[in-house]
Design a binder for this molecule. Sequence first.
Ligand code: ZN
Length: 276
Amino acid sequence: LPRSEAPRPATTIPVKRQVAGNPGPYTLEGTNTWIVGRNPSVVIDPGPDDAKHLAAVASAAGPTLAILITHHHSDHEEGAAALAAMLGAPIRAWRRAPGRLRLRDGDELAVGGGTLRAVHTPGHTRDHLCFLGEPGRLLFTGDTVLGRGSTVIEPPDGDLSAYLASLERILALEPRVLHPGHGPTVHDAGARLRAYLDHRRERERQVLGLLDDGPASAAALALRIYPRLPAGLGEGATRTTYAHLLKLEHDGVLDRTGRGIRGVFSRSPANKEAAR
Ligand SMILES: [Zn+2]
């Protein structure tokens, strides 16, 4: 047979995507519910508690080993109990909760056509898990990496230092494809992860540069960093900027007056040159 007509070997674990009907500035086209493996499958992130969406997921999933939660935000997990009742499958997550089974870092699930391994990736939230699917080195990234744009890090549950460590960790897994919690599949996984790391490092340099002009709050800095932000994203921009300020304070290069997100940050005189 000519090469193009030869049967293609099954080189990756089976994957189906069902997009929930909750589009928005943070959710992009809507939450991606991923159905991985076949007979039995697992469902990653049931999405919102929306009967039409959950019925479509249940129909696509068939016999289901477990419903996995990447993290506790409602656009990812709200529909879990309803879907568990429909499928007769347990819910598994990092966070302890009644009616759920704990998933730990390194836990592996065998589904039809491959395996999925839980990878603890705190940063977007403390309880965040990614899942590595084999064969094929497919990484299901939840909100750690999105199909477009960058994710919001909101302290105190969000932690930028932990987030950067998690990005380094999943980069070291050498995934081939990223299946995110929102937006399209990413086929240049390594390049996207390196771009995410570069983006945060560049933002950190920008924050330090702006603070050279004088002390500022997270909200004031966010207005200068994101001058043309779409409506509805201002709060998230302020909290993400605050996450950078907390990391830099923790690194010992910033001082602050005032508490919480309204605090005013300045360059520490002792470190002003060293941190440049
Ligand atoms: Zn989230």
